[in-house]
Design a protein around this ligand. Structure first.
Ligand code: MG
Length: 397
């Protein structure tokens, strides 16, 4: 057999008293701690067998927590008087299957990242022992009881020993048997026992949350984390904002117009300080309106010579940056152009593609429509082009 996982769940969890249950059977957002820990290993293709060591009095709790796993989960075995002896009982139960390697893990560490388990396993290719560790971040003091400080322990080279702790199976089984036979039964982790036995153990620094549920505060924290998603984006409630924009530019002499970032040959051009892209201007105001951040004239004043003849996609791109700076995103945009000419339909998809590119969204989220005004008003008299736009923005509340 390749790899076995040995889950140590025999403790009584005396520091946590919640519903009278040992901590490994406490409910964490609908699942017992032990079941969450089992899931860390049960879903791995590189773990062949899982052995749990339990307190003999917890069989009912175990059966309830471990229901529904396949044959890869062995029947539980009863633990011993100390953690060390419980691990030995688990190793002896695995011995007939002769696994190549074993990962020993605390039942009370249900959050261990999959990468950490994989890293410890990988380290066993070049060492008989490997353990997950994280750096000591607090300054360590030595005191006289709770009394005055008698020294500060240099933090360099200090690591917090966690689990999983992986070993070549035959080596750690042999070390455990020798420790028991020598009457040394108080090792608090398997790496300490391995050191005692002269077995080399390497440190595998792991990242992420690998907390051991020990105190009532840990239980509260673990429950809070599971009911509140981890990422900032997820913890924020997203709200939907809508902004609208409107713009008009008059015709002047020329041979093309810019509309929605697309150049169209025409018998006249639109007059303006920039390239007079009425569609982009309306949409820029819609995006700015959705986030309540002024308007295009405020951010790019016509009095500023640097915007003379400017390509208007810069204005829309700036509005999109303002949305992103608030952690938001554009959901969709819709532009309506009002004019008798030029004909918009042949250019519609090119405009949609260009707007989608500037907005950073897919083309199916962009609408471009056109209408005449039936010969009425300034657009009907072909004096200029008007544009209306709506933008929807999703923003953390
Ligand atoms: Mg304008």
């Amino acid at each position: 057999m390749g790899v076995a996982a040995l889950i140590v769940a025999a403790g009584r969890g005396v520091r946590v008293a919640d519903a009278g249950l040992p901590k490994q059977y406490l409910d964490l957002a609908g699942k017992p701690v032990l079941r969450r820990t089992l899931d860390l290993f049960a879903h791995r293709a590189d773990v062949d067998r899982i052995q749990v060591v339990i307190h003999p009095g917890d069989r009912f709790l175990y059966d309830r927590a471990a229901v529904g796993y396949g044959p890869g989960l062995a029947p539980p075995v009863g633990g011993g008087a100390t953690r060390q002896l419980s691990v030995l009982a688990g190793l002896e139960a695995l011995a007939p299957f002769d696994p190549d390697r074993v990962l020993i893990h605390d039942a009370a560490r249900p959050f261990t990242p999959a990468d950490a388990i994989g890293a410890v396993m990988a380290a066993l290719a070049s060492s008989p022992g490997a353990i997950a560790v994280q750096p000591v971040t607090d300054t360590i003091k030595r005191g006289q009881g709770n009394g005055p400080i008698v020294g500060t322990v240099p933090r360099d080279g200090l690591w917090r020993a966690q689990t999983p702790q992986g070993f070549h199976f035959r080596s750690i089984l042999d070390a455990h048997r020798r420790a028991r036979d020598a009457g040394s039964t108080g090792f608090t982790d398997d790496a300490a026992l391995a050191e005692w036995a002269g077995l080399e153990v390497v440190l595998v620094p792991v990242e992420g949350l690998n907390m051991k549920i020990t105190t009532p505060e840990d239980v509260t924290l673990a429950r809070a984390m599971l009911t509140q998603p981890f990422s900032v984006a997820e913890t924020c409630t997203l709200e939907t904002r809508i902004g609208n924009g409107f713009d008009v530019h008059r015709f002047a002499s020329g041979d093309h117009v810019w509309l929605c970032g697309h150049r169209i040959p025409h018998s006249a051009s639109l007059e303006g300080h920039s390239d007079a892209d009425v569609g982009l201007h309306a949409l820029t105001d819609a995006v700015l309106g959705a986030i309540g951040d002024g308007d295009i004239g405020q951010h790019f004043p016509p009095s500023d010579p640097q915007w003379k003849g400017a390509a208007s996609h810069h204005f829309l791109a700036d509005a999109v940056r303002r949305v992103r700076a608030r952690g938001g995103r554009i959901v969709n945009a819709d532009v309506t152009l009002l004019c008798e000419a030029p004909k918009i339909a042949p250019h519609r998809d090119a405009m949609r593609a260009r707007l989608a590119e500037i907005l950073g969204i897919t083309i199916d989220r962009v609408g471009v429509k056109a209408t005449t005004t039936e010969g009425l008003g300034f657009t009907g008299r072909r004096e200029g082009i008007a544009a209306m736009a709506v933008a929807t923005v999703s923003l953390p509340a």
